[in-house]
Design a protein around this ligand. Structure first.
Ligand code: AMP
Length: 377
């Protein structure tokens, strides 16, 4: 039988990583009366605006991790590229209900794909690539187009190269760093990209949020619309995939499952995020309990809240290049919930914030947003 600790409000939640996800987790935790301490290399990280205490140190700083353990009753991570050894140490010395095992799976695309396949889920056909020769073999086996991804450390399209033609394959040979490990994935001719946020309580109870339909630009999430415009059967398939993953990986907390829907109505799992996810931000306004609140409840072993969608929703990311336009248009927007993460430099493609609009007519809302021309890039 699983043993788990109930962490009541008043106790301290430690968060590894102080980005926007950490900030929104901390806001839910603070609302519920927890103390929050965050470990992040930057003392002015987004989470620093709302937490009680910050330990500004590198993620592989063992002394800093020890301090976090000593001061926290429960620890959670808000992104998957934290140092695995440190996560293992925290698990030994403190309480990390999300587990380091889930990190070890999701930090490495090959491990992730193997685990998904073992759980009976479909992923795009793939091959491991460690050299130019193995890239040639992988292309022969999978055909083109395909996408070459670093096995570790990539996010938001970083560390990825799409190979469509022989000429691009030549470029890929030059791009490849034989010190690293890659995975070549067959290009999936998807009709839609979907995602499901799933949350699991340590007792084994699992809940899924409504399926989101996502659009990416330059491999970065641009917009999510909820509910996805798919049949009930497909929504059920996507939700079931997320449940299977949560169960199979003994998830505790929230996890995002990104998926491709194929022309044959098959669901392929693309990627897992073992924490709240950008495509689940809509839950803050559109659902009775947000992904962040559910995550905090799960890691503190409080009962999971109901999941219901108040209204369909549109969520659009605000990247560095969109910020100026958003701020200019803001005085005329009545219905957009604005979230800015408090990052000072509005760099190109940096996630600065997002808006969520609850709407009865998703197409009309998307049309209205197009008219603003803010997201034309
Ligand atoms: P990822 O970093 O794996 O989440 O990929 C970012 C985005 O690139 C995805 O959301 C897709 O839009 C696209 N992409 C990645 N892998 C594939 C693939 N095998 N087939 C088609 N599109 C892909």
């Amino acid at each position: 039988m699983t043993t788990y600790q109930v962490i009541p409000p008043g106790r301290t939640i430690g968060i590894l990583g102080g980005g926007q996800l950490g900030k929104m987790m901390a806001m839910s935790a603070k609302q519920m009366g927890y103390r929050v301490i965050v470990l992040d290399p930057a003392s002015d990280c987004p989470c620093a605006q709302v937490c009680d205490e910050i330990i500004a140190a590198a993620y592989d700083d063992r002394a800093a991790a020890k301090k976090l353990v000593e001061r926290s009753d429960v620890i959670t991570y808000e992104f998957e590229n934290v140092d695995l050894d440190v996560a293992r140490y925290i698990e030994e010395a403190g309480y990390l209900p999300q587990t380091s095992k889930l990190l070890a799976i999701t930090q490495n695309r090959l491990n992730e794909k193997e685990s998904l396949t073992q759980a009976g889920l479909k992923v795009a056909p793939y091959k491991k690539v460690v050299s130019k020769e193995s890239l040639t073999e992988a292309v022969q086996a999978l055909g083109l187009p395909a996408v070459l991804k670093t096995v570790q450390g990539g996010y938001d399209g970083k560390g990825q190269l799409v190979i469509r033609t022989e000429a691009e394959l030549e470029e890929a040979y030059d791009w490849l760093d034989e010190e690293r490990v890659y995975v070549l994935e067959q290009w999936v001719r998807f009709t839609k990209e979907l995602s499901v946020m799933v949350v699991r309580h340590p007792s084994g109870e699992i809940k899924t949020f409504p399926v989101a339909e996502n659009t990416h630009r330059n491999n970065i999430l641009h917009q999510s619309t909820i509910p996805a415009s798919v049949s009930q059967e497909i929504a059920a398939k996507a939700e079931q995939a997320a449940r299977t993953i949560a169960q199979d990986m003994s998830l505790v907390g929230a996890l995002g499952v990104e998926m491709f829907l194929t022309e044959e109505d098959e669901v392929f799992v693309n990627e897992l995020a073992p924490r709240p996810h950008n495509s689940g931000h809509y839950t803050i306004e559109a659902c009775e309990f947000s992904q962040f609140e559910q995550h905090i409840r799960a890691i503190c072993s409080l009962p999971l809240g109901h999941i219901n969608l108040f209204k369909p929703a549109v969520m659009v990311n605000i990247l560095g290049q969109h910020l100026h336009g958003v701020l200019q248009a803001l005085p005329t927007w009545k219905h957009a919930h604005l979230h800015l993460y408090g990052k000072d430099e509005a760099k190109m493609n940096r996630k600065m914030g997002h808006i969520t609009i609850l709407t009865e007519d998703i197409d009309q809302t998307l049309n209205d947003l197009d008219q603003t021309k803010i997201w034309l890039d």
